[in-house]
Structures are given as C-alpha cells and as structure tokens.
Design a protein around this ligand. Structure first.
Ligand code: SF4
Length: 458
C-alpha cells in the first residue's frame, strides 16, 4: 500500500478541481438536521450564496443561510456589529429555537473571537431582557483547514457540547450517522423502529433536505432532531458513530463519553454485507426484539444477486473517490463483490484513510492505491495509468470519467447532474442492493454501447 506521508510530501502546491468542499458547507448541511434551526455564516455574503447554490443543486430543496455580510469596514475593524445585527435579524425573521454560527475563511483570517462576541451579544441588555431568545452554538470552520466533513462533524460536536445534559439513564441510543443521504437516514430510522429501539439521531435532515411539496412556504422546513432530544443524549446507553477515519479523540461521542460516561462505538459506514452485519450485531445487543424477517430477506436477496451478477463484475477495476468514510465503506462493499478498487482517493487528509481501507479489505492490500489530499487532476492522471473500468463517486468526477470513456456511478455528495441525489440509499442491505444493481447494470450498458455486435442477451 502507498505511503501517505510520501504522497503529501510530493503533493503539488496547486489544487485543480478539489476533491473536497468548503468547511462551512458541511456545517450548513449538519445544521439542517437540527429542528427549527438557522445557520448564520460569519463572513462575507458570497460564501452563503455559493453554499446555498451548491446545496440546492444537490438536494433540490429551498435552503436559507444567513450571513453577517462583511464589508471593507468589517474586514478591517472586525465584524462584531455585523454579527449582532445578523443574530437579531435572524431571530426576528425566522424565530428559530437555535442559531448555529459558523465562521468563513475571512472571519477566521482576521482572527474574530466569535465565542466572546456571541457571549457579549447574549449578555446585552436588549437580548438578556427578552425571554424569547434562541440558543446559539458556534463552530470554527476555516476552509483553508479541513474539508466539508470537518465542518459537518464540528456541528455534532458543538451541539452535543452545548446542549447535552446529565439526567436519569434512558433506554436509548445516540446514532451519529455522518454525512449520508436523507434516504439513508430514513432507512436507519426504519431499522431502529423495527428493532423497537429508542434513539436520538444527530443530525437528522431526512425531511428538511428531502421533503414533500408545501401549500405555504416554510421559512424553516419542519423536521430535524429537537433541542430537547439532544439534551437527553447524555442519558443514553451508548453512542454509535459511523466513520472509520474519524479521529476518536475528536468526536461528539468522545464528548459524551467523557462527560456522561456514555459508551461509545465507532463503526465503519455500513455499506455492503460485512459492515452492515457489524452494525446489526451491535444493535441486537441493545434490543429484546427479534430481527424482523424482512432484514434476513434483504440480506439473502443481496447475496443471491451477488451470485447472479458476479460474472459481470469480477476483477473489474474501479476508481473510488469522495469523502473518506464513504470511500472506506465503498471499498469494503466492492471487495466483497469482486471489484478491485484500484484507486481510492479523497481530498480529506485525516491520515487514517490507508489504514481504514486496509482494515476493511486486507486481501486487496497489494492491489489498491490510496491517495489522500488529492484533487481531480491527480485522480484523472492516476486513473489513466491504472486502466479503470468505472468510476464510483460524486458528479465532480464526471469530466475524468468522460475523458477516459468509462462510466460513472454517482454516489455521495455532490451530484449536480442528476436528480434524486437525496433519495440514493447507500447504507445497509437495501443500500448495497441498490448500489450493486446500479453498478452491474452500468457495466452491462457500457458493454452493450461499445459492442459492434449489439448484444441484447448478456
Ligand atoms: S471563502 Fe472560504 S468559506 Fe467562503 S466559500 Fe470560499 S472556501 Fe468557503
């Protein structure tokens, strides 16, 4: 396996089409998973506009993000006044239960002390005299340090740190799924309900980022985990966090463990049979209910389809890229269906990607190249050398796939050139089934399209 330190040492100083996104963008996604919440970006307006535009293209839902709207004056003299004006405006216009303040590159660069500014705002005469004030949490999210995944996890940490309380033990689990699709979250909730498990899912944007049509415009879409539910997370039996590349010392689960002694389990994203089995095994230790037969059937049908489709996928070479934990989950799944993920790439730089990949697919160690902290130019160059048969990742890899004339199976985030991105299921037996069918059919379609014979019976 490739030494990641060597890769970083030799990395280009210029990024061309980054394989990661802006840090506050991840924070904005996670904030959509807390009920009646608004995000306020402390910085210049363009960041909020870009992030809104980017998220709307993927989720196809209206998304409001406030901005403290820095001008030249605020950039030079500080944005304290802008922040307090922004907090007041958001409070009066949206009436949120919670405001999440995330910083942008600009406010971080000039060294804004947002924590103190928020405290001073809350202590001001006008605000402290009013009973109807939202809670405020703050995340430091400079985009030149980290990725959208860091912003995403910063929200779960900040929410738990600020809101979770001690209390009488509750028979419930904390589920921290990471950046998965709204459909994934709905499926997780279905599993937990079927196993008769009480839980707090954080974040839960299953409705706010993939909701039905409305009769009247909702300034803040309904759905999300309530502040009251987050407050009980310190009373839960255990926390389950998805993500093999998470820093175990820097997670919301770690905070709950330290403050309330809540047991913490760190699992891989449950993609494919092996990782999903581990998740179900853990859940089974917390429920007296029998596993509903529908999951045995889902698992059985999945394995049956692996057998049916094996001859089409065996030894195919895939390029897998995107968020580190999604890549690790996909590698585990691809290894079990016989596809070789010859290149596993991410813009993330956790330093834990190569080990996590080795842990889920040790049998492929000598056949996988791992690249962390890369951009799409490097992914394209490497993919060409390795002779990939297909790409699996977000739609930002489309140009590379097109250039190499190989198909792209779209997963993860962002997907800007298809609809239904919020409804892709990646997790569990159901998600693996959906991915498997899509991958096999994509390979078959590609073979048909490039055949001079035009097979109709494959
Ligand atoms: S300036 Fe920084 S925070 Fe703003 S959009 Fe660009 S990367 Fe994101």
């Amino acid at each position: 396996m490739v030494n990641e330190k060597e890769i970083l040492k030799n990395a280009s100083v210029v990024t061309t089409n980054a394989c990661k996104l802006c840090t506050p963008l991840g924070a904005c996604v996670a904030m959509k998973g807390i009920e009646n919440t608004m995000t306020l970006l402390h910085g210049s307006q363009g960041c909020a506009t870009y992030i809104r535009r980017y998220l709307i293209s993927h989720f196809r839902e209206p998304i409001d993000i406030a901005s403290s709207n820095f001008t030249e004056n605020a950039t030079i003299f500080g944005g304290g006044l802008n922040l307090s004006t922004g907090l007041k405006n958001v409070t009066t216009q949206y009436h949120p239960a919670l405001i999440g303040v995330a910083t942008t590159c600009l406010s971080e660069t000039i060294g804004e002390d947002v924590k103190t500014m928020v405290r001073n705002y809350q202590k001001s005469e006008e605000v402290s005299a009013s009973a109807d004030q939202p809670l405020i949490i703050h995340m430091s999210t400079p985009s030149y340090k980290g990725t959208h995944m860091d912003g995403f996890h910063a929200v779960t940490r900040a929410a738990v740190a600020a809101l979770a309380k001690d209390g009488a033990p509750k028979k419930q689990l904390n589920i921290l799924p990471g950046f998965v699709s709204p459909a994934d979250i709905r499926y997780l909730k279905e599993i937990l309900a079927d196993l008769q498990l009480e839980y707090v899912m954080l974040p839960d944007y299953s409705e706010t980022l993939d909701g039905p049509t409305w009769d009247d415009y909702q300034k803040i879409p309904s759905g999300g985990t309530s502040v009251a539910a987050i407050e009980t997370m310190g009373c839960s039996q255990a926390t389950i966090e998805f993500g093999r590349t998470l820093d175990p010392n820097l997670t919301a689960g770690k905070i709950l463990r330290e403050r309330f002694k809540t047991l913490r389990f760190q699992l891989g994203m449950p993609i494919g049979v092996r990782e999903t089995d581990l998740f179900f095994e853990l859940l089974k230790t917390y429920t007296a209910a029998a596993l509903p037969v529908k999951y045995e059937l889902e698992r059985g049908r999945l394995i049956d389809s692996y057998i049916d489709g094996h001859k089409y996928v065996f030894e195919k070479k895939a390029v897998v890229y995107g968020d580190e934990d999604l890549v690790v989950g996909l590698v585990s799944f691809l290894a079990e269906i016989g596809i070789i993920p010859v290149l596993c790439a991410s813009g993330g730089v956790s330093g834990r990607l190569a080990k996590a990949i080795h842990d889920v697919a040790p049998e492929l160690e000598d056949r996988i190249t791992v690249r962390q902290g890369v951009d799409f130019m490097e992914i394209g160059t490497e993919a060409e050398k390795l002779g990939a048969d297909l790409f699996i990742g977000n739609s930002k890899g489309y140009q590379n796939a097109r250039k190499l004339k190989v198909p792209l199976v779209r997963v993860g985030f962002p997907i800007h050139d298809r609809i239904g991105s919020g409804r892709i299921v990646h997790l569990g037996y159901r998600g693996a089934q959906e991915l498997f069918d899509r991958i096999v059919n994509t390979l078959l379609e590609n073979r048909q399209d490039n055949s001079s014979v035009g097979y109709s019976y494959m």
